[in-house]
Ligand binder design. Structure first.
Ligand code: FES
Ligand code: FES
Length: 170
């Protein structure tokens, strides 16, 4: 194959504009760049973790337009114009998000690798307002795997924040 044939076969980059943690970010990305790699490699937001890279562990969970998604399974070009919140965007004004604080209060961390995804998932779950019991918290967080087995403490933390919003214990 000649050099000109090779370069002709290269795909065009696509321009995207995505609001990440309240800041509009513009970039040219290859069509197959997934949101996880865009956040980590293009924007340097490495708080979001890559675990399985196949939509099975939840380590890469971020909040897009209010919904939690596995960022490893989402093409960046499909999120053009969207608003994304990562673990780096949850604290504000020098204050941790209540769920971040609850994770500390309940000593949720072991290795901590799953933690950013767990927290983003928990924040969106609380916003969804669907969980009203520990069993429902477990069920609705079941897409987030923790190899260290910190599940009980994770549920404690989510329940604490739900309770402070008057939605737990029903
Ligand atoms: S890295 Fe995305 S679900 Fe595991
Ligand atoms: S704290 Fe280690 S994977 Fe969850």
């Amino acid at each position: 194959m000649s050099a000109s044939q090779t370069s002709a076969a290269l795909p065009e980059k696509v321009s995207v504009a995505i609001t990440v943690n309240g800041e509009r970010r513009q970039a040219d990305v290859l069509p197959w760049t997934v949101l996880l790699d865009f956040l980590r490699d293009h924007l340097g937001l490495t708080g979001t973790k890559k675990g399985c890279d196949h939509g099975q562990c939840g380590a890469c969970t971020v909040i897009v337009d209010g919904k939690r998604i596995n960022s490893c399974m989402s093409f960046t070009v499909m999120k053009d114009g969207a608003s994304v919140t990562t673990i780096e965007g949850l604290a504000s004004g020098g204050m941790l998000h209540p769920l971040q604080q609850a994770f500390i209060d309940h000593d949720v961390f072991q290795c901590g690798y799953c933690t950013p995804g767990q927290i983003c998932s928990g924040v969106a779950l609380i916003q969804e307002g669907r969980a009203t019991s520990r069993d429902e918290i477990r069920e609705l967080m079941s897409g987030n795997l923790c190899r260290c087995g910190a599940y009980t403490n994770i549920v404690d933390a989510v329940e604490q924040v739900l309770g402070s919003k008057g939605e737990a214990g029903r």
